[in-house]
Design a protein around this ligand. Structure first.
Ligand code: ATP
Length: 538
């Protein structure tokens, strides 16, 4: 397999896409810095999203597949918000992960990391799954000659396998199954709940009342500004609010390069619509978001749309689909989430209005305080919408396409990574590493090469470079053999290389070489900007 994660990670470091944060001090797990090429790649991804979803959206034209025309506006909210926001959003009580500690190694496993997986621990292999999952797979387990051992909570404290003793405490309230040649995984503590929000304190005193959190998603800033946007911009339902910004989650096991980071960026839309039309809008956004990735060069075989099963849905969700990518760190046939598109009903606006909800109208239970009143109170502000044409008052339903910018960058980097065989100057086939990034995403759009540093070529090349710089990110390189200069740009994902040679001096034409097809065309110097603009913008 040419697309290995090791190769991609090493290229990212070598060429300056991504570095480990605070690397000279040994790094901090779950934090990553974008280098000179990475910062432009990430900006281009975010700008493509902003352009295609928000500011480039034409609210006068009904898009294909949409139930009607709609408006889109943007927002940029703070990372620290009123602590009450996180209580009413549910994050304070429910945004937990399960942590399982291994008592012997003191290593931490997330429950979902251990469950259903082959885990290697001190050179031993073990599968852990729930009984229901194992029963489904039972035929397969037997066919593959594997053994499995049923553990029930009541007797799950000690078993002996292959002469070795293994102690497993309750993993959770489900029954657990081990297979195939299950051996020691150490002793797992009971899963503990762990809130993923980063705590911080406001001001100098730092009392309990001053505790607040770094936002774990950008969405809540949009909900709490719903009324402000309505009142200030005269948008009408259906409309969407988009935001790009940092989010923080104290992930228990950050891993797989930037895939699961503790600080990351999201690109989120909250789309407000009439409840009767919400299913149609849900389908529209699901398909629109999938097509967006394809339009930026994602291969259709590497991307899937996965509708959640009803039991997988969040407590408030009427429907959720994930767009998932075949990341190379996953086993073949497995996909990792890039973006979730959720139908959230009126959960968010209603909770910010009324606080924690009545179980009769919402599965979230009301926690009462000692006075028999809901534990958290909403803002008490009216977040309903009144349709001016019909005079109908309702709480809009929300469709939320929520994408991760860093996961997007990682997926596009993985998708772009290609090795092919190309002849060198002597005609011998050599392995070429090329990042086939879509021209809109490529950090550098074009490189300008004077063939040699004499005969008037550098002067023409420098002028052209100056002219192109006004329009795109361009790189100038006059060092070494031109073949090597091409290779460097191939690795950076630069889609076009422009060479100024002897003919340029006499006939004012240059060659433009295409990174993917390796085709070279001759273009008049004066037409280079136009030609490139057309190629990059499609
Ligand atoms: P996961 O199940 O992988 O933890 P999630 O379902 O919790 O993700 P959401 O809360 O739906 O994720 O967040 C929306 C998007 O934000 C995700 O699709 C992903 O692209 C991005 N995202 C979430 N958590 C992280 C993270 N720790 N690191 C990088 N990106 C993230």
């Amino acid at each position: 397999q040419t697309k290995s994660m090791d190769k991609i990670v090493s290229l990212c470091k070598r060429r300056g896409f991504l570095f480990q944060s605070s690397e000279i001090y040994g790094g901090v797990q779950g934090f990553w810095d974008y280098g000179p090429l990475g910062v432009d790649l990430k900006r281009n991804l975010k700008e493509a999203w902003w352009q295609d979803m928000i500011c480039g959206h034409n609210e006068l034209k009904q898009p294909a597949g949409a139930p009607s025309t709609y408006e889109m506006v943007g927002l940029d909210c703070t990372i620290i918000m009123h602590p009450q926001v996180w209580k009413n959003s549910g994050h304070y009580d429910l945004f937990h992960d399960h942590m399982v500690d291994c008592r012997e190694s003191k290593k931490r496993y997330r429950f979902d990391q251990v469950r259903g997986r082959e885990v290697t621990y001190q050179d031993r292999t073990i599968f852990v799954s729930t009984l229901a999952e194992a029963e489904q797979e039972e035929d397969d387990i037997r066919r593959r000659g594997m053994k499995f051992f049923k553990l029930r909570n009541k007797d799950a404290d000690k078993i002996t396998v292959g002469g070795e003793s293994i102690t497993i405490d309750k993993l959770d309230n489900t029954e657990n199954v081990l297979g195939p040649d299950a051996k020691t995984l150490g002793t797992l503590t009971e899963p503990r709940e762990f809130n993923l929000m980063f705590k911080t304190t406001l001001g100098a005193l730092g009392g309990e009342d001053d505790v607040t959190f770094l936002r774990p998603e950008t969405a809540q800033g949009i909900f709490v500004n719903f009324k402000n946007v309505l009142d200030s911009s005269r948008v009408k339902v259906p409309f969407g609010i988009g935001q790009v910004g940092k989010s923080f989650r104290n992930e228990i096991t950050p891993r797989n390069f930037t895939f699961r980071s503790r600080e990351f960026e999201q690109m989120e839309i909250e789309f407000f619509c009439h409840p009767d039309q919400s299913q149609q809008w849900y389908r529209y956004w699901r398909d629109r978001r999938m097509n967006w990735y394809l339009s930026l060069g994602m291969g259709s075989e590497s991307l899937i749309m996965r509708e959640h099963d009803p039991e997988e849905l969040a407590h408030y969700s009427v429907g959720t689909a994930d767009i998932e990518y075949a990341f190379p760190f996953l086993p073949p046939g497995e996909f990792g989430e890039l973006e979730g598109i959720a139908h959230r009903g009126d959960f968010d606006l209603r909770s910010h209005m009324e606080g924690k909800l009545d179980p009769a109208t919402n599965p979230m239970t009301v926690e009462l305080n000692e006075h028999g009143k809901p534990k958290y109170r909403g803002s008490g502000k009216d977040l309903t919408y009144r349709d001016e044409a019909t005079n109908e008052k309702f709480i809009p339903h929300v469709i939320e396409p929520s994408a991760g910018a860093d996961r997007g960058v990682l997926a596009f980097l993985c998708e772009a990574y290609t090795e092919d065989q190309q002849p060198d100057e002597k005609g011998n086939l050599q392995t070429r590493t090329v990042m086939k990034l879509h021209p809109r995403l490529a950090p550098v759009k074009a490189a300008v090469f004077p063939l040699v540093k004499k005969d008037g070529m550098p002067e023409i090349a420098q002028d052209l470079y100056g002219e192109l710089k006004k329009h795109f990110n361009v790189f100038y390189d006059d060092k070494g053999a031109v073949g090597r200069r091409y290779r460097r740009q191939d690795e950076a994902g630069t889609p076009y290389c422009i060479t100024i040679d002897g003919d340029t001096v006499s006939d004012q034409t240059v060659t433009i070489r295409d990174r993917d097809s390796l085709e070279q065309i001759r273009v008049k110097l004066d037409d280079v900007v136009d030609t490139l603009t057309k190629k990059i913008d499609g």
